[in-house]
Design a protein around this ligand. Sequence first.
Ligand code: SF4
Ligand code: SF4
Length: 359
Amino acid sequence: MSATSLQADQVKQFAVALGFDLCGITTADIAAQSDYYRKWLEKEHHGEMQWLARDPLRRSDPRMVLYGARSVICVALNYYHPRSDHPGRGRIASYALGRDYHLLFEEKLAAFREWLTQQAGGQHKVYVDTGPLLEKSLAARAGITWQAKSTINIHPKFGTWLFLGEILTTLELSPDRPANDHCGTCSRCIDACPTQAITAPYQLDARRCIAYLTLELKGSIPLELRPLIGDKIYGCDDCLEVCPWNRFAKTSRETTLAPTEATNRDLRDYLSLTREQFKNLFSESPILRIKRRGFLRNVCVALGNIGTADDLPALHRLHNDEEPLIREHAAWAIEQIEKRLTPKDKHSIFPFFPNFADS
Ligand code: SF4
Ligand code: SF4
């Protein structure tokens, strides 16, 4: 299948009707960043994300994902909602404060695929960031965003707060021009990164990135990186928040992406969640993905960094948790908080054991 009477403009109009904020089209040729990607894997900057290392050639070439693919329709959705952070609550990346965007994208992209089939036949495959595609590179080539020094994609009118999705299709659609890079001499994101994960412009060592450490890493968080994580318990927005292009950010039309009560609780309150309660609380949230063990591990790290004597009883209870990973991180948090206690704090916690309090 190749030639189609369907025009690129009709495709873009339908994308807008579905609620996407941006839509661009590129050819299904090999992604421009395939060399960089191969070298990135060789340096093992992907850490434990083994699926990224699986079949890199296929990931770089959309035609190996969908035989006969001619075009890639790239879409983006603005997820920005103003947020209010409170001391002691821990920070969750903005994209994860509301409903899981995968659910939202899957619904919209399924409708898009059906429409394309009805309009022009052909074969189509839809993807949201979990697919085997270099989606940031494709979105840049489709002209909807540029891939910035932070490695995040940016649009001049929406800033950095964008979800990306793709439709591979055997239809031949008129491609757009690639986006221009507007980072210029700016380096704010590089300077703002607390773990120096952006090792140079356009270079990310994922193993140091807080998004990787709090979401992708399954085991223990390296001791030397824990203090740098601060109060973050799921992802990190530091390199996004400083980007000057975000001064143009607009509130998303998707109300389901707005922060929910589940993501706005005191850190201490999360410590008592059972597995069942965790599943219920985050049933429609991307946080569900890291399971209770990953989430409480992260909460313990944040409390180790910002917690107070008031958090110690709940952390001590968690120190007996059935999950060894949680026990280890709770012990670390207790140790960190105890190091910060003043003599007055110690006396208020251990009033009947003055010698211990003085230790
Ligand atoms: S998400 Fe955070 S840790 Fe990762 S590169 Fe950006 S600022 Fe650094
Ligand atoms: S902070 Fe500056 S360098 Fe970084 S992505 Fe934004 S514009 Fe580009």
